[in-house]
Design a protein around this ligand. Structure first.
Ligand code: BEZ
Length: 296
């Protein structure tokens, strides 16, 4: 095809990729090209805007490495992560809702027994977290793998503090026979998403702030159940209505209950300092059975 213009270019590209043999990839590529071209036509993209866009994506790539996930941040701040999470995790009411994964999960975090302190030296007011993991019928799920991670009192995750020589305020636990889990940690604070790079500049240019409401991340997996990636948000805190990554669901907001100094701890002894308690009961969805192969 020659003499391609702004109106015939879309068909030309779609024709060029007609030979794609992976049907799903073809659907994705065809739709991407169609929407991208429609976008450029709709806004009448100028050449300097196109160059600025390429430069921006190049910088996002330059900022991305194993510790800094600038592309995930871009997806999160554009709302794409929340959209994809929402459309892939529709569950009947009553099941724990999912939300964005974020860039701060670490695979090899320490394992803890129930009751242990996962803060591991991170600074913040003490918080005792407890809850249950249950299934569709309210039956406890024992031995579920519970991964937790959070920021410290200054809103920083351990991986954002290069001076640290150990992982803090994150860990792995297993639910008990009755589905219960409990651990000690610290109260998480609102945190800005990393905003010293191209995504931060994009937010300022768009008149947006980089803040997230205080939250605790959970990833819970158990054989036979859909994995759950979610947060529990601290109620009444700032940014619940304007999370920079659009991740807040009202069912995930919980009461971080404050107890004055002198209040009894779970073992009955009075605490010399104020502390918080948080309870949350998770309900996992049984894995959808795989579609049965068609028999002739
Ligand atoms: C966070 O959980 O703090 C986070 C999530 C998405 C992007 C940036 C930060």
């Amino acid at each position: 095809m020659v003499n391609i213009d702004e109106w015939t270019i879309t068909k030309a590209v779609l024709d060029a990729q007609r030979g794609c043999t992976d049907p799903r990839l073809k659907t994705l590529l065809d739709s991407l090209v169609t929407h991208l071209h429609d976008f450029a036509r709709e806004v009448r993209l100028s050449e300097s805007e196109w160059r600025a866009g390429i430069q921006f994506l190049t910088e996002v790539g330059r900022f991305t490495d194993s510790k800094r996930q600038e592309f995930i941040l871009l997806s999160d701040t554009l709302g794409l992560s929340t959209l994809v999470t929402a459309q892939n995790n529709c569950k009947p009411e009553g099941f724990t809702e999912s939300t964005v994964f974020g860039p701060f999960f670490v695979k090899d975090a320490p394992w803890y027994d129930n009751g242990e302190d996962i803060a591991n030296g991170a600074h913040g007011e003490p918080c005792f977290v407890n809850g249950t993991v249950k299934d569709n019928e309210g039956e406890p799920i024992s031995d579920a793998h519970i991964a937790v991670w959070q920021s410290d009192k200054d809103g920083f995750y351990d991986v954002q503090r290069p001076e640290l020589s150990r992982l803090q305020a994150r860990g792995n636990l297993r639910s008990l026979v009755d589905g219960r889990f409990y651990f000690k940690s610290i109260v998480a604070a609102p945190n800005p998403i990393p905003n010293d790079g191209p995504v931060g500049r994009m937010l300022s240019a768009a008149g947006r702030h980089p803040w997230r409401p205080a939250h605790l991340h959970f990833m819970i997996t158990a054989p036979g159940y859909e994995p759950l990636i979610t947060h529990i948000f601290r109620d009444k805190g700032p940014y619940l209505d304007s999370d920079a990554v659009f991740g807040v669901r009202s069912s995930l907001i919980a009461d971080w209950e404050r107890h004055d100094a002198g209040s009894a701890l779970a073992n009955g002894t009075p605490s010399s300092i104020p502390y918080y308690t948080l309870r949350y009961d998770f309900k996992l969805f049984r894995a959808r059975p795989l579609a049965r192969a068609q028999t002739p």
